[in-house]
Write a protein that binds this ligand. Structure first.
Ligand code: HEM
Length: 111
């Protein structure tokens, strides 16, 4: 098939193509340094399962895309390039996983 015959409107319906792009972004990290945030007034409560931590206000909290993108619970076999990890059982985009992509950061200061 002539590649010029491919239309963007067709391509953007390809869930696998999203997988290819997200997987490339996941493994190329973007900014790899830890990116600090400070809650100036309120304490931050972090809860996961039965664990709960209170982080006093004024404490810098940092996270990096490298740590996030190699969390084996979220991205098993994390050093492998696997575009299909971004698809769900029905081979559609797995929006639930997309929230763990940190290349452009998250929240109000994200790229
Ligand atoms: C692949 C390319 C890029 C990557 C990986 C990237 C990544 C990031 C990251 C990690 C941040 C920090 C956000 C934070 O502090 O939480 C950021 C901020 C920002 N980026 Fe990018 N960026 C990219 C390209 C661009 C381009 C092309 C532009 C502009 C045309 C841009 C504009 C900005 C701006 C304005 C901010 C500051 C946002 C804010 O603090 O409110 N970035 N970027």
């Amino acid at each position: 098939m002539d590649p010029k015959a491919l239309k963007w409107t067709t391509l953007e319906r390809s869930h696998y193509l999203y997988g290819v792009i997200y997987e490339a972004l996941r493994l190329t990290y973007g900014v790899s340094a830890r990116n600090p945030r400070i809650a100036r007034e309120e304490d931050v409560v972090y809860q996961k399962g039965s664990y709960s931590y209170v982080i006093p206000n004024g404490t810098p909290i940092r996270m990096s895309s490298v740590l996030q993108h190699h969390d084996e619970e979220v991205f098993p076999d994390s050093y492998k390039y696997k575009p299909e990890r971004w698809l769900d059982a029905a081979c559609e985009r797995n929006h639930e996983l997309e929230k763990y992509l940190f290349t452009f950061s998250r929240g109000t200061r994200q790229c």
